[in-house]
Design a protein around this ligand. Structure first.
Ligand code: UP5
Ligand code: MG
Length: 190
C-alpha cells in the first residue's frame, strides 16, 4: 500500500520574522521534520552546478528561485526525512511556488503559521545577525521586504481565504511567540 502523505505546516512570515527560531522550538518539543527552503537552497549553492550558481545570484538579489529547483530539494528532503509531520519553512513564496507544489506533490497544508512582524523590527534583527549570509545587508534586506510584500503576502491571503492561516504576533520574545505556536502544533498531534 502507498504510504500516507505527510501532514505539512507551511511556516511563513517576512524576512527575520522568526520562522527558523520557532521551527527549532517545535522540533525540540514535537520532533517534526523541519525543512527550511532557504537552508536547502543555501546548501545547493555550494554544489558548483549551474543551478547552484543561479541560486546564489538570486538569493543575493532577494529574488525567488523557480519552483523547479526548490520543490525538488524539498521532495528529496521529505523522502529522506521519513517523518509523518513536516514543517516547510519559507515556502511557498509566490503563486508559481504554491501552484507547482500543490500540483506536483498533491499536498495541501494542514494550516499556515504566519509570523506577523513590523519591518523595522525585522530589519534590526537581520542587521544584527552574525551568520555571514550574503543577503543580510541593508540593500538586499530592502529587496527581500519588497518581494515579501508583493509576491508572498498574496499567498498568505490565498490561504487566509481558505481559513487556513494562524496569524501570530511575532514582535515579542521568542518564548512568548512560542506560547501561541505550541497549542496549534499540539492540536495536530492529538
Ligand atoms: N530572532 C528570532 N526571533 C526573535 C524574537 N522573537 N525576538 C528577537 N529576535 C529574534 O530570526 C532572524 C534573527 O532574529 C535571528 O538572529 C534570530 O535569533 C532573531 P530567524 O528565526 O532566522 O527568522 P527567519 O524568519 O527564519 O529569517 P530568515 O532571514 O531566514 O527569513 P527569509 O525568509 O528572509 O530567509 P529564507 O532563508 O527563508 O530565504 C532566503 C532567500 O532564499 C530568499 O530571499 C530567496 O531569495 C530564497 N528562497 C527562495 O527563492 N525560495 C524559497 O522557497 C525560499 C527561499
Ligand atoms: Mg530562516
Amino acid at each position: 500500500a502507498r504510504k500516507a502523505e505527510p501532514q505539512v505546516i507551511f511556516v511563513l512570515g517576512g524576512p527575520g520574522s522568526g520562522k527558523g527560531t520557532q521551527c527549532a522550538k517545535m522540533v525540540e518539543e514535537f520532533g517534526l521534520l523541519h525543512l527550511s527552503a532557504g537552508d536547502l537552497l543555501r546548501a545547493h549553492m555550494k554544489s558548483g552546478t549551474p543551478d547552484g550558481n543561479m541560486v546564489a545570484e538570486m538569493i543575493k538579489q532577494g529574488q525567488i528561485v523557480p519552483s523547479r529547483v526548490t520543490i525538488s530539494l524539498l521532495e528529496d528532503a521529505m523522502l529522506k526525512g521519513g517523518k509523518q509531520q513536516v514543517l516547510i519553512d519559507g515556502f511557498p513564496r509566490n503563486e508559481e511556488n504554491r501552484a507547482a507544489f500543490e500540483s506536483q506533490t498533491g499536498i495541501e497544508p494542514e494550516f499556515v503559521l504566519f509570523f506577523d512582524c513590523p519591518e523595522s523590527v525585522m530589519e534590526q534583527r537581520l542587521l544584527s545577525r552574525q551568520e555571514g549570509r550574503t543577503d543580510d545587508n541593508i540593500e538586499t534586506i530592502r529587496k527581500r521586504f519588497k518581494v515579501f510584500v508583493e509576491s508572498s503576502m498574496p499567498i498568505i491571503n490565498f490561504y487566509e481565504q481558505k481559513g487556513k492561516v494562524r496569524k501570530i504576533n511575532a514582535n515579542r520574545s521568542p518564548d512568548k511567540v512560542y506560547g501561541d505556536v505550541r497549542p496549534l502544533v499540539q492540536a495536530l498531534q492529538a
